[in-house]
Ligand binder design. Structure first.
Ligand SMILES: O=c1ccn([C@@H]2O[C@H](COP(=O)(O)OP(=O)(O)O[C@H]3OC[C@@H](O)[C@H](O)[C@H]3O)[C@@H](O)[C@H]2O)c(=O)[nH]1
Length: 464
């Protein structure tokens, strides 16, 4: 007899962390589920609604539920998302999110979904279980960063900061020797033993969120991170369902993109260096200048999109002396937002200098440009090691033990990948082409979502 749960559509509630970088990938997944006929109830604060509602491709199936973020002392009045506060106040916003538990619980009583997806709100399974709702902990960061920092095998004692030695060690059984942090980089993991909400550390919260779930879900694919996903599954004794990268469909209609596209079109195919470091990375002024001087020294056209460095009101104010005049007509530096995915698809762009944030990592793997990596935070460093040392599709810029790069190391890294006849240039081109082909194959992404849906259904099946 066929199982009726295997083809019925289901209803998912989504309760992502209050940061646009988390809500957006949840909504992309929501769009993919709705495209297959499933209903989504998406919980978010009011301010996020105005940013996200235009990205709802299925308003008939995806409903937004706005909740109120309570005030917590120390946060500016009206704080609702991580964009409203400096990163140092994040723990207070987590505490505010925890105080939405009652609102969320009463809403679930009304909406009665089959599943609830969450990430930071570790109490969601406690709310969902008595209502017979399956709790899926959906992680939208690389599996390697979960595997290195957030598994039971990494012992973190509540109330104690990890020592330098503990930070430098990978947890027993960690499946890679190359996707690791070197020397002082390991300090970037110290945040795991820090408070994240009232009376709870980041490690306690995140591991509880995963431990208490009915299944884990990760926004990655097994071709890239299968070994890390298996390790996480073993560590938690739970299935790990992969959604694939779930990238949005390319947009071709926005007019703000035209100025960049026509500017790039004046240059030869594959000649332009494009550099962007995501939404958070702010360089110190001397590193900002070394970066620009390194790019200038390649004598190639360029488009650089970076926030003004620390202490500068604009990018122009922080230019190295004479830089603006020397590079006029050849390069542009902007402190604003540029349409990165469209720029990466432009034929004139030949090199992408990236911080290797999770979104940029996928976009760079799928584009035709050569890749130079300048990671900053812990997860970016692991992503960069994956691309440069395991997949060998990119080159990471050389740095001193204090993490500083020079204009010369920047120039060298760019030249090495841009030279089609050099050893490095040949290797990265060949490997990148192979990975690009895999990841951009027809149905690659949709097959992942289909399999994800099958996995969800399998845990809905009534037990004998
Ligand atoms: O000017 C820009 C800069 C960036 N972008 C887009 O913004 C997104 C940036 O996301 P990334 O994940 O690469 O980087 P962010 O630094 O913003 O992300 C943050 O969350 C994800 C983590 O992996 C990163 O470590 C963290 O910094 C990309 O999709 C990129 O295409 C633009 O469209 N224009």
């Amino acid at each position: 007899m066929s199982d009726p749960t295997m083809d019925r559509t289901f209803h998912v509630a989504m309760f992502p962390w209050l940061a646009i970088g988390h809500m957006t990938p949840f909504l992309h997944l929501g769009n993919n589920l709705a495209a297959r006929g499933h209903r989504v109830s998406f919980y978010l604060p009011k301010k996020a609604l105005s940013l996200l509602q235009d990205h709802n491709s299925h308003p008939d199936l995806i409903t937004f539920h706005v909740f109120k973020v309570p005030h917590v002392d120390g946060l500016p009045p009206g704080t609702e998302t991580a964009s409203d506060i400096p990163i140092s106040d994040t723990s207070l916003l987590v505490a505010a999110m925890d105080r939405t538990r009652d609102q969320f619980e009463s809403s679930l009583l009304e909406t009665r979904p089959d599943f609830v997806f969450y990430d930071v709100a570790h109490w969601v399974p406690m709310v969902a279980r008595p209502l017979g709702i399956k709790a899926i902990c959906y992680k939208v960061v690389a599996a390697s960063s979960i595997a290195i920092a957030l598994v039971p095998a990494r012992k973190v004692v509540p109330g104690m900061l990890l020592t330098e030695k503990e930070l430098a060690e990978v947890p027993p059984g960690y499946p890679s020797r190359t996707v690791v942090l070197h020397g002082g980089e390991a300090r970037s993991l110290q945040f795991v033993s820090m408070p994240f909400g009232e009376g709870i550390t980041f490690y306690e919260r995140t591991t509880a969120a995963m431990r208490e779930s009915d299944a884990l879900a990760i926004r990655t694919c097994r071709e890239l991170e299968g070994n890390f996903c298996n390790y996480i599954s073993e560590q938690y004794g739970k299935p790990v369902f992969l959604t694939g990268p779930v990238l949005p469909f390319p947009s071709t209609s926005e007019t703000s993109e035209e100025q960049w596209i026509s500017r790039l079109s004046q240059f030869e195919t594959g000649s332009v260096i494009f550099c962007a470091f995501g939404s958070q990375y702010i360089l110190e002024i001397d590193q900002f200048q070394e970066l620009l001087l390194g790019i200038e020294a390649t004598e190639r056209p360029f488009l650089v999109s970076l926030k003004p460095p620390n202490g500068a009101a604009s990018v122009e104010e922080a230019f190295p002396p004479g830089f603006g005049e020397r590079t006029k007509g050849r390069g542009t530096v902007t402190g604003g937002w540029v349409p990165q995915p469209q720029i990466l698809r432009h034929k004139s762009v030949g090199c992408f200098v990236s911080h290797c944030g999770f979104g940029s990592m996928w976009e760079s793997l799928m584009c035709e440009s050569q890749l130079v990596l300048v990671p900053h935070l812990g997860d970016q460093i692991l992503n960069a090691r994956l691309l440069a040392e395991e997949l060998r599709v990119a080159v990471e810029v050389d740095r001193t033990e204090h993490g500083l790069f020079s204009k010369e190391s920047m120039r060298k890294a760019i030249e090495s990948v841009m030279d089609p006849d050099g050893e490095v240039g040949k290797t990265v081109r060949k490997n990148h082409a192979r990975w690009r082909e895999t990841l951009t194959a027809t149905n690659f992404m949709s097959d992942y979502v289909d399999e994800f849906v099958r996995n969800l259904r399998s845990i809905l099946r009534p037990h004998a």
